[in-house]
Design a protein around this ligand. Structure first.
Ligand SMILES: Cc1cc2nc3c(=O)[nH]c(=O)nc-3n(C[C@H](O)[C@H](O)[C@H](O)COP(=O)(O)OP(=O)(O)OC[C@H]3O[C@@H](n4cnc5c(N)ncnc54)[C@H](O)[C@@H]3O)c2cc1C
Length: 423
């Protein structure tokens, strides 16, 4: 087996690297998490730049309008974006990483032609309307009702925790079309246009201060039957496709982000002298080894998705491991921050200045949350500023809940991968 990159893969990496070096400086500063119109504009502008340069939908098949890149190229793409500190998908998360891929696999040719190109161009933003009060982990108990009326469905009910709905144009929506007690058998997957009358979105503010998600109230909202993906009452099967993308490949780039964060923490510990403590070195070493293992698993998921069109059930293993590991990396960050970790914001002259005094620089760009400028360590790693560290830690708690809790992933692994009896 030849584990080296081929000439064409090296050429792909080098042209992507040059393009990133050229365009990233032209992208303005990342807006604050509180500025939703600004966030949408920033994320969709970046998506448009990727599209114009031929890098949008890198892992989407050519028939879906994507680049149809090989698994190796997909991984090179993610590595290079992270290396260059390029923006994350942001508000394009649902459209690019699981709604679009679901439409590719399950949609009609008309749906693919209508909905996929605007996602790739950054013209249309999607959100996910799956969870309801009382139907999160037990998603099959959802009650939002859709009644057929001619060539439309009339939808009434409530969704909750709908991320990015504030700026979304469409929502991947699960509704009940079968009997109330039909569970998995009575569910349908719809594309809900967010500009329809009868939709009321009420943002929910998190402890981090921003309104990442909210409640979606639907009162007699009319959705064309043409927007149904899959058959009526066959939405659970379609949902399994969506969730396999959400858990199996959507978070692949986050392993690389986590590696970058860990490198930054190591650099920070070196600059403050905490690296001399064996316990700190041991923690960094363990976390680094786990990230390496997870990157191997991520590569396996990407290869599987490229081979079969859909990531497998192993996405639950990946999602479980990544979300718990992210929490431990974030915890290391606030431990290293010491008393500053109690302050939810930037500190005048924090690590950026300390780095300037130790051979690094104090101007290493903006943190992924758009709040905290970091520094660059003498080893070239981007060291997060205080606000970014604390923000990362606060956000890390939600990771073992979003996209299915750790307990639910463990149930899936036990029952569907290991074949253990139902608890
Ligand atoms: C940051 C964030 C973003 C989100 N974005 C979206 C979104 O965009 N769209 C969307 O639809 N949803 C979204 N969600 C919702 C998310 O999918 C749900 O919160 C999650 O599925 C858990 O459901 P729940 O909150 O109703 O908790 P519950 O299901 O009520 O669970 C409560 C607790 O009970 C445990 N539990 C429940 N059932 C079992 C069981 N059978 N065995 C063992 N333990 C069990 C759970 O693990 C959990 O600890 C988001 C959540 C977060 C945190």
């Amino acid at each position: 087996m030849d584990l080296r990159y081929s000439e064409s893969e090296e050429a792909f990496r080098s042209s992507l690297r040059s393009w990133l070096a050229e365009v990233l400086p032209t992208l303005g500063p990342r807006p604050s998490n509180l500025d939703w119109p600004g966030r949408r504009a920033y994320d969709t502008t970046w998506q448009r730049m990727l599209f114009d340069a031929g890098y949008a939908g890198i892992d989407w098949p050519v028939e879906g309008g994507g680049r149809g890149a090989s698994p190796v190229e997909q991984l090179i793409y993610l590595e290079e974006l992270e290396r260059a500190h390029a923006p994350y998908v942001g508000v394009n998360f649902v459209g690019l990483l699981h709604a679009g891929p679901t439409v590719i696999v399950e949609g009609t040719p008309e749906q693919r032609a209508r909905f996929l190109p605007p996602i790739l161009r950054g013209d249309e933003v999607w959100c996910q309307g799956f969870s309801e009060p009382g139907a999160g982990s037990d998603l099959a108990s959802l009650r939002t009702r859709a009644e057929r009326d001619g060539d439309e469905y009339v939808v009434t009910g409530q969704k909750i925790w709908t991320s990015h709905a504030e700026v979304a144009d469409f929502c991947e929506l699960l509704v009940r079309t079968g009997p109330e007690d039909g569970r998995h058998r009575g569910i349908t997957w719809l594309i809900l246009p967010m500009d329809r009358p009868g939709i009321d979105f009420r943002p929910l503010r998190t402890i981090a201060g921003s309104t990442e998600f909210g409640e979606l109230f639907l009162d007699g909202v009319r959705v064309p039957v043409a927007n149904r993906v899959g058959d009526e009452n066959d939405g659970w099967r379609v949902t399994m496709t969506t969730l396999s993308f959400e858990r199996g490949t959507a978070f692949v780039g986050e392993v690389l982000q986590s590696m970058e964060l860990l490198r930054g923490l190591r650099s920070m510990a070196r600059s403050t002298g905490e690296w001399d403590e064996a316990e700190v070195r041991r923690r960094v070493g363990h976390l680094g080894a786990e990230l390496d293992a997870l990157w191997a698993l991520a590569r396996r998921n990407v290869s599987q998705a490229a081979r079969t069109g859909v990531p497998g059930i192993g996405g639950s293993v990946y999602k479980l491991a990544l979300s718990e590991l992210r929490q431990r990396i974030a915890e290391l960050g606030v431990d290293l921050a010491g008393p500053a970790g109690l302050v939810f914001g930037d500190l005048p002259g924090d690590r950026a200045l300390a780095l300037a005094g130790s051979g690094g620089t104090g101007s290493g760009g903006t943190g992924p949350d758009g709040t905290a400028p970091g520094g660059t360590g003498s080893d070239g790693a981007r060291v997060p500023g205080n606000a970014e560290l604390v923000n990362t830690w606060v956000h890390s708690f939600s990771r073992t809940i979003a996209a299915g809790t750790s307990q639910i992933q463990r149930n899936i692994i036990a029952e569907r991968i290991l074949g253990l009896p139902k608890g």
